[in-house]
Design a protein around this ligand. Structure first.
Ligand code: SF4
Length: 385
């Protein structure tokens, strides 16, 4: 397949993919109607070729990753979303809630090898904003080089409500205490009838968008996500992508979109569809085609595994997340992705697909090409176990 813009369309055999490419070149984006048609009918090979072409137009052969650590603050949660295998009741034997010192103890052993802590948790029944302010201040004081990517939209809403302060004030105070960005979790599907079935009591679609809009207005960049394969329709997924794209038109505050399929272990959603590998890759490709204004798209290997992630980065994704070290949320639901892949393993995964590994910072403003050949052996970096 010829990837040059001028001859690309002539080589497409599928009518629907050809029309999508025509809309991209003439109008800059694919509309919802054609997006749904693509999702339903496009042959997989041509869909992925178009998505990869759009990825390469923006990023060339670069695939990004970072050196990060996941630290969840608590698994105690006042809600009980039906897809969630992570949350526990306060009296459960495996329930935990980290103090500031316990949080720092998790960061300390790896602090010199990472530049981001990704930190989310349940909706703790007692914690107020002061607890999060203290964690962020202490982390920044001890590790000023670490970027704090923390809190889902529903956590922001819960913290504000528990503390009697508005969303804007909650985000402002947390930003001022060290919060750098939001990871984007909790979007699920931004259609309220679906949310009512899978996560009743969580923030509404409009609240999710509004919290991210406020974060963007306050200069806090965010990611956005989509949990697919529960009870939603393909049309619901396209609506979700459309809503994110519309907010991005308004704010330009989203950095990266992260689609991930529902994993069923220890959840309470027997009627879920459970996406196939083909559907995961198809969704990555459709997301790249629809989200023309969100620069980065992640093949989240902690959820979909290294094999699908390596196909995902040839089908529209330009990011595979980071070193992570310890992931609980996806693994509680059945993920078997290795958790200690490390820098060398990430580079090997990317290079095995013929792409170029590029280390990035959290907010995609600093980039450093990496190859197995130029990997410094003397630095204390986490490597594949
Ligand atoms: S998804 Fe989040 S809000 Fe829902 S039950 Fe799990 S931890 Fe709680």
């Amino acid at each position: 397949m010829e990837l040059d813009g001028g001859t690309f369309a002539m080589d497409l055999r599928s009518d629907v993919v050809r029309r999508a490419w025509q809309q991209v070149t003439e109008k800059g984006r694919v509309d919802q109607e054609l997006g749904l048609e693509l999702y339903r009918d496009a042959p997989m090979n041509e869909l992925c070729i178009l998505a990869n072409h759009l990825k390469e137009r923006r990023h060339g052969k670069n695939v990004h990753f970072n050196l990060n650590l996941h630290v969840n603050t608590t698994n105690i949660c006042v809600l009980a979303c039906r897809f969630c295998a992570f949350r526990k009741g306060p009296k459960h034997e495996d329930a935990y809630a980290l103090s500031t010192e316990q949080y720092l103890d998790r960061v300390r052993p790896l602090a010199s090898t990472i530049d981001e802590v990704h930190s989310v948790g349940g909706l703790h029944p007692e914690w107020r904003i002061e607890h999060y302010e203290e964690i962020y201040r202490a982390t920044k004081a001890e590790f000023p080089h670490i970027s704090l990517k923390s809190l889902t939209a529903v956590e922001v809403k819960h913290i504000g409500k528990r503390s009697g302060v508005s969303i804007r004030e909650t985000l402002t105070r947390l930003r001022d205490s060290g919060l750098d960005s939001l990871p984007g979790g909790g979007a699920e599907i931004l259609v309220d009838s679906v949310r009512d079935r899978i996560c009743r009591g969580k923030e509404s679609s409009e609240e999710y968008l509004s919290i991210h809009r406020t974060a963007h207005q306050l200069g806090i960049p965010t990611n956005c996500t989509m949990l697919f394969g529960t009870v939603e329709t393909m049309a619901d997924r396209i609506t979700h992508l459309h809503l994110l794209r519309s907010l991005q038109d308004e704010t330009s505050g989203f950095q990266c979109f992260v689609p991930y399929p529902f994993l069923p272990d220890h959840t309470r959603l027997p009627e879920a569809q459970i996406p196939t590998g083909q559907e995961v890759i198809r969704t990555i490709a459709i997301s790249r085609i629809m989200l023309d204004n969100i620069p980065h798209l992640k093949a989240y290997r902690m959820n979909i595994g290294d094999h699908l992630a390596s196909i995902g980065i040839l089908s529209g994704a330009d990011d595979i997340d980071g070193t992570v070290q310890q992931e609980e949320i996806m693994h509680a639901a059945g993920s078997t992705t290795p958790q200690n892949t490390g820098l060398e393993g990430l580079i090997r995964l990317i290079e095995s697909t013929g792409q170029h590994a590029v280390q990035r910072n959290t907010i995609y403003t600093q980039f450093e090409p990496r190859t197995l050949k130029n990997l410094p052996r003397t630095r204390n970096l986490p490597v594949a176990g």
